[in-house]
Design a protein around this ligand. Structure first.
Ligand SMILES: Cc1cc2nc3c(=O)[nH]c(=O)nc-3n(C[C@H](O)[C@H](O)[C@H](O)COP(=O)(O)OP(=O)(O)OC[C@H]3O[C@@H](n4cnc5c(N)ncnc54)[C@H](O)[C@@H]3O)c2cc1C
Length: 351
């Protein structure tokens, strides 16, 4: 909290705010900040741990019958710190993760260099999480999962849904010039879920925490496992076709174009991690993380309409939490019991 004003004003900080957007973002931001109290953060951490604690296993189980399994890598995840003070500053967060089963081992500079000789002097201390994983190519991974779904008699209809209307024993899904009727639906349209949720009478405080990535192809250096550069708030991940550098948070809404200052910052940050890195091609991407004010998703039946299950609001961790979230949504729609406590994700809590 104390760091926030400085971060917003500092042009070198990984937090960006479009000042003209501030009046619109303010109600969301003030609620979000209130949820930064320790007791609330503990509640949020427990709720998220349920969804991501066994993520690697969940992904493996989901992908077991498809070629998607080939995109899952299991391994370490290393947080990088500039010095011992920065590592010590993170002690509270590391301890909280440990309480939820994610152990962290301190790595010295020589440990880091032994694992990755290309690493810049900038990083003196590491925090190693083992039993992690990453997806080498999220686009192809999802395409392979979709192929598996179709091979199991799933159907795919790609359209822009304009309205969802409760009907007798079902829901009418309306898109341009076409309307289809379903017994039940799962509403899972990321940050764009607000308007469709409103059609069912629910208020949902969702904001886009905009983020960026650089995907570098043809690099001369590949990290041995994913890194989190804690100063730059940038994750660096080895992919099947290069290196992905992702991160930053920008509040500017859904309509603003991408901000070149953000991608420049990622480019500077990767050079601070690997001063000798070179690449042949680069792709830039702006994405919208669907974030609730209490950092917990909406996952469960709509209390206003039992035919609809909500599954959105997974901010920075939608890929990590995807299999468990999807499994819960599928069971709810099929009327199968779940053992997890789903009350933290209760639909209707913002109404
Ligand atoms: C830079 C960046 C890096 C990230 N890195 C990670 C990471 O390392 N690990 C991780 O777990 N997560 C990461 N995330 C977060 C992750 O991308 C999100 O949490 C995730 O995409 C949310 O999934 P979703 O399906 O809820 O929403 P989305 O991925 O936004 O998907 C929503 C979909 O709904 C569609 N849609 C919207 N409205 C309609 C409509 N009316 N009709 C039909 N379709 C509609 C959209 O077109 C879209 O395809 C990152 C995000 C960013 C921006």
């Amino acid at each position: 909290m104390a760091k926030l004003p400085g971060m917003i004003l500092d042009p070198q900080s990984p937090l960006f705010l479009k000042w003209g957007y501030l009046p619109r973002a303010l109600p969301w931001l003030s609620q979000f900040i209130r949820n930064g109290e320790e007791s609330k953060v503990r509640h949020i951490a427990a709720g998220l741990a349920t969804l991501i604690g066994d993520s690697v296993e969940q992904h493996k189980a989901l992908a077991t019958t498809s070629s998607a399994a080939g995109f899952i890598s299991a391994g370490d995840y290393t947080y990088l710190y500039q010095n011992q003070a920065a590592f010590d500053n993170d002690a509270w967060g590391l301890a909280l993760r440990q309480e939820h089963g994610s152990d962290n081992t301190r790595l010295s500079r020589s440990d880091l260099i032994e694992r990755d000789p290309n690493l810049a002097d900038r990083y003196a201390v590491g925090g190693l999480f083992s039993d992690h994983g990453w997806i080498q190519n999220p686009g192809r991974y999802l395409a392979a999962l979709c192929d598996d779904f179709l091979a199991n008699d799933g159907e795919f209809w790609q359209t822009e849904v304009q309205d969802i209307i409760p009907a007798e024993n079902g829901i009418e899904v309306q898109s341009q010039g076409e309307s289809r009727r379903y017994d039940k639906i799962i509403l899972s349209t990321g940050v764009w879920s607000t308007q469709l949720a409103e059609r069912l009478g629910h208020k949902v405080a969702l904001e886009s925490e905009r983020g960026y990535h650089l995907h570098l192809r043809g690099t001369n250096i590949t990290p041995p496992n994913p890194y989190m550069c804690t100063d730059a708030k940038m994750a660096v991940t080895p992919m099947d076709d290069g290196v992905r550098c992702a991160g930053l948070v920008e509040f500017a809404g859904l309509k603003a174009g991408s901000n070149p200052k953000a991608t420049d910052m990622l480019e500077r940050s990767i050079k601070k991690l690997y001063p000798n890195i070179r690449w042949q091609e680069v792709d830039y991407w702006l994405g919208h993380r669907p974030s609730t004010t209490d950092s917990l998703p909406l996952l469960g039946h709509s209390p206003r309409n039992r035919q609809v299950v909500f599954a959105f609001g997974l901010h920075h961790i939608g890929l990590t939490a995807g299999p468990k979230t999807g499994g819960i949504a599928a069971d709810l729609i099929m009327g199968r019991p779940r053992s997890e406590d789903l009350t933290p994700y209760r639909v209707g809590r913002f109404d």
